[in-house]
Write a protein that binds this ligand. Structure first.
Ligand SMILES: Nc1nc2c(ncn2[C@@H]2O[C@H](COP(=O)(O)OP(=O)(O)OP(=O)(O)O)[C@@H](O)[C@H]2O)c(=O)[nH]1
Ligand SMILES: [Mg+2]
Length: 263
């Protein structure tokens, strides 16, 4: 399966190249798209410099910090346009270890969405304070019950989506970012009738660089789950057809992103 690993980055200069090398060593079918938001620490420049020696490494440079949700969307768009079979999202801070990739890729052969899960047997978290663990467990239980999802780790960003999912559930219609984006994607995928499975991962708190997610994010996500629980899922099959994606401004934006990515 020709899979694009999407690595959203904001100030991950210490992490981006070591992690990229580890990922590419796992499987010859993997390519990487780094979606960098003009990181002040030069993350994008490092990737640009490494690209000539590694043709499986791609870069999408955006002009400023536009958020994790739209970074995923830019990656999904690239994956669809360039004909990849699947898009796999990973944090670039060491929390999502590449040793879990083989299990995730194996599961992706049989399931349309695979989630690297902290909350199934064999999964876990290293180096999180007890309070953060409790908050995360509660947030997941709350979202699972309200959204009626058969998933234990709804806020994990370590995931593999098959192309058919991205073409069907209209991810580009999601306005939320961060945890809310991840929860809404799960909900859309499940409601569209796709098969979801979880593979255990051990999540390791970042040891280098600083976090960009503030704690209010989790409360925003709780409100978003509540609002989503009372919504009807969107009609499937709209992914490429939203009116706003067809405006000249959107076309220009897409073109700029393509040329920035060197494609
Ligand atoms: N392109 C882009 N990447 C982002 C943005 N915000 C965060 N990221 C990246 O998204 C990934 C997850 O962000 P983190 O800051 O680690 O967030 P988190 O894992 O929820 O929080 P911690 O557990 O505190 O690390 C990392 O690779 C970040 O560099 C953004 O606005 N744009
Ligand atoms: Mg992190």
């Amino acid at each position: 399966m020709h899979t694009l690993v999407i690595l959203p980055t904001y100030n991950e200069a210490e992490n981006v190249l070591p992690l990229s090398r580890e990922i590419l060593a796992v499987d010859g079918g993997l390519e990487i798209l780094v979606v960098d938001d003009n990181s002040p620490d030069g993350t994008g420049r490092l990737v640009e410099e490494a690209r000539p020696a590694e043709r499986r490494l791609h870069l999408l440079s955006r002009p400023g910090k536009l958020g994790l949700g739209t970074a995923y969307l830019a990656g999904f768009r690239f994956a669809l346009e360039q004909g990849y079979d699947a898009a796999l999202t990973m944090d670039c801070d060491g929390s999502h270890h590449p040793r879990h990739l083989p299990d995730i890729l194996r599961a992706a052969a049989a399931h349309e969405l695979v989630i690297g899960s902290r909350y199934v047997p064999g999964g876990g978290i290293v180096n999180w304070p007890r309070r953060r663990q409790a908050l995360s467990s509660f947030a997941n239980l709350y979202a699972r019950l309200l959204l009626r999802l058969p998933v234990n780790d709804i806020t994990s960003g370590y995931r593999c989506y098959r192309r058919s999912v991205l073409e069907t559930v209209d991810p580009f219609g999601i306005r939320a970012s961060g945890y809310s984006f991840l929860e809404e994607m799960c909900w859309r995928v499940h409601r569209a009738g796709f098969s979801i499975t979880e593979v255990p991962i051990v999540f390791e708190q970042r040891t280098r660089g600083v976090s960009k997610i503030d704690s209010s994010e989790i409360y925003r996500a709780a409100l978003h789950v509540l609002a989503t629980a009372f919504r009807r899922p969107p009609a499937p099959g709209l992914a490429r057809g939203r009116a706003e994606d067809e405006t000249p401004a959107a076309a220009e934006r897409a073109e700029a992103e393509r040329s920035a990515a060197g494609r």
